[in-house]
Design a protein around this ligand. Structure first.
Ligand code: ADP
Ligand code: ZN
Length: 647
């Protein structure tokens, strides 16, 4: 079946001329994938697994996990068996591999009976380099027997965090995968995930029987993603401005909390000319598949989704991920935003967050039924970390990487680095607010949410203030010097810092905590992030300018890594030179993809097209020098591309 890969010598019958496994791996990287060098730990992982070692690989999304099992599978005798929960994506993954000249197939419930028989026959006869299997399928005796009837080269367990029972993505079938070790003790196993925490790591090791495996932990930094968190005012308008000003016509994901809001926001955006589709777990499977397919195959589709839309969305050119509700944990947030910019080109993670989010999350926690106190503490700790990220006046990336146990320095590519926020001393306002909460309780035996407390502080005579006689409280009107937004910021900070609490049994009613008393007594100071609620359109322009400035001095552009380093919002002379050719190549790619019925990125990612537009190769040899142009692609598309570059 496969041309290229069958021509690669296998390690088992390497002669000295081939230079051993390391040289063979480099050759596969160059010839099959068209890449010049391995990234990060890739070379070590490939060598270790090719030599028969077990491995646990933690690498961020977009880090390049796939090569870590694909190349050893090409180099070892037999078929690499890849366990993956991503049934909906297997077909595209296999198509992409075949486009590289790799002999790949998949087994899952979407295959016809004949299709399945064909794949089985191919595996038995040893024709396959890689076979993708859903875990529930693999563990059936039929499939285990099938695997045994051919020669497994290795087992790759993708999305290995699915074995973690605490995680969002738990799949009971993953628990059965330790069987592989027992049945094929000599075959190397490699577990891969983008989930970084220590707990997940340990669960993978114990539950998959990989206690003795070598652990490879990469940096979790994704330098090409710019992190932006802004205070929530009119969130839909803010979102629309973000899409229009910074990502017109680009593909991205908007995460929101509830199923109904995915639909509302998507249709609101559609009415304003944005190609937006809703996605959530309550939709019919066929409907969900349709949305996923449009997102993967069409250019510039925006999906408004709950976290059900996620794992394995390995579309390389997602240009932004937006959150319009507060995520439940930094871990989840990092994973969700990590879906942006897998191609290494510039991408943005944008979040709007406000007081209502904090109150809702605190209330959810206070009222949620959990099976154990430790589970509740676990959830609380997640929320604390998330709030700390939102309120920090320091680099967002330093904060997040720190959460994963990685130390780093200010990144130059997040909102706080680009426009350092000021903080102001809100100790006195905080005392006024806390004192109001305490007085309402002590003097009136009443409890209220933030709205009423702020009305009292600002001395606003509403019906409720009058009915309750709140204007006679000694704190009535003592906070007229601050506006509502400032008071909400103070409230949010106190909630985030744990000095105020949302109490059980009410609609977001506030109570003071022991550390709140310290503030009230003057033992603790309160610094609050100064909010710049500038009109977003000019702000976006300013940010871009600021970004360019920092980029020039601190190398932000260079950190984007892959490709020509061109951003998503091109500017400058270089872009005006390369842009028309890039657009021509994109149009050619779209037509080619349509003809072949595959997603555009299966033909080429954006970054090789950008490099082609920049370097204008004149010969096939020159074209083959472009990163991402391997032998199979050169043979399939080389002439067509040269004809476009030099008409
Ligand atoms: P992950 O599975 O870790 O999210 P992928 O394996 O999909 O990441 O790789 C992300 C992108 O990086 C892909 O487009 C892939 O082709 C590219 N890539 C991986 N390794 C290299 C490399 N050594 N050089 C250049 N590009 C690479
Ligand atoms: Zn930063």
């Amino acid at each position: 079946m496969s041309l290229m890969c069958r021509n690669l010598p296998r390690v088992d019958n390497t002669s000295m001329d081939d230079g051993g496994p390391t040289a063979l791996a480099s050759r596969a990287l160059r010839e099959v994938y068209g890449y010049a060098t391995f990234r990060g730990d890739q070379a070590d992982i490939v060598e270790h697994v090719t030599n028969g070692g077990d491995a646990i690989v933690l690498m961020p999304t977009g880090g390049g996990k796939s090569l870590c099992y694909q190349i050893p599978a090409l180099l070892r005798q037999g078929t690499g068996i890849v366990v993956s929960p991503l049934v909906a994506l297997m077909e595209d993954q296999v198509t992409a591999l075949r486009g590289l000249g790799i002999s790949a197939a998949y087994l899952n419930s979407t295959l016809s009976w004949e299709g399945q028989r064909e794949v089985e026959a191919a595996h038995r006869s040893g024709e396959l380099d890689l076979l993708y299997v859903a875990p529930e399928r693999l563990l059936g005796e039929g499939t285990l027997g099938l695997v045994a009837s051919g020669k497994p080269a290795l087992f790759a367990i993708d999305e290995a965090h699915c074995v973690s029972q605490w995680g969002h993505d738990f799949r009971p079938d993953y628990l059965g995968l330790d069987t592989l070790a027992k049945r094929w003790p000599g075959v190397p196993r490699i577990a891969l995930t983008a989930t970084a925490t220590l707990q997940t790591r340990e669960e993978i090791a114990t539950r998959l029987g990989l206690g003795a495996a070598r652990l490879f932990v990469s940096s979790f930094d994704r330098p090409n993603i710019r992190y932006l968190i802004e205070p929530k005012a009119q969130v839909r308008d803010q979102l629309l401005r973000f899409l229009r000003d910074k990502h017109p016509g680009e593909a991205g994901i908007v995460y929101t909390m509830t199923r109904s809001s995915t639909e509302e926001v998507a249709s609101w955006l559609r009415a304003r000319g944005v190609e937006a589709l809703a996605y959530h777990a309550g939709m019919e499977a066929s409907e969900r598949r349709k949305v996923l397919n449009r997102f993967l195959r069409e250019d510039g589709v925006v999906v408004v989704a709950t976290i059900a839309f996620g794992m394995g969305i390995d579309k390389p050119d997602v240009r932004f991920v937006a959150h319009i509700d507060l995520p439940r944990s930094v871990e989840g947030y990092y994973q969700e935003t990590g879906r942006a910019g897998r191609d290494g080109l510039e991408a943005e993670a944008w979040m709007a967050y406000g007081l209502s989010d904090v109150i809702r999350m605190r209330r959810l926690l206070a009222t949620s039924e959990v099976d154990s106190p430790s589970h509740r503490r676990n959830q609380e700790a997640h929320l604390e970390a998330m709030l700390a990220l939102c309120e920090t006046v320091e680099c967002r990336r330093v904060n997040m990487l720190g959460y994963f146990g990685e130390s780093s320095s200010a990144c130059g590519n997040c909102d706080t680095c680009l426009a350092p926020p000021e903080s102001w001393d809100a100790t006195v306002p905080a005392q006024k607010l806390l004192s109001t909460v305490v007085r309402l309780r002590r003097e009136r035996n009443e409890r209220y949410g933030a709205g009423q407390v702020i009305d009292i502080l600002r001395g606003k005579t509403t019906d409720r203030v009058e009915a309750r006689g709140h204007s006679t409280l000694s704190t009535w009107g003592i906070g007229a010097d601050l506006d509502v937004a400032q008071w909400r910021a103070v409230t949010r900070a106190l909630l985030a810092r744990g000095e105020l609490a949302v109490e059980e049994g009410g609609h977001g009613v506030l109570g003071i905590t022991p550390s709140g008393w310290e503030v009230l007594r003057g033992d603790r100071e309160v610094a609050v992030r100064r909010e710049v609620i500038a009109p977003p359109a000019p702000k976006a322009r300013r940010k871009r300018a600021a970004g360019a400035g920092v980029g020039a001095s601190a190398g932000v552009g260079a950190s984007a890594g892959a490709g020509a380093g061109a951003g998503t919002a091109p500017s400058g002379p270089e872009d005006s030179r390369t842009r028309p050719l890039f657009e021509q190549l994109r149009a050619w790619r779209a037509a080619e993809a349509k003809n072949r019925g595959v997603p555009a990125y299966v033909i080429f990612h954006d970054s090789p097209l950008r490099s082609i537009a920049e370097f204008r190769p004149s010969t096939l040899d020159e074209l083959s020098e472009i990163s991402g142009v391997g032998k199979a692609k050169l043979a399939a598309y080389g002439e067509a591309i040269l004809a476009i570059v030099h008409p």
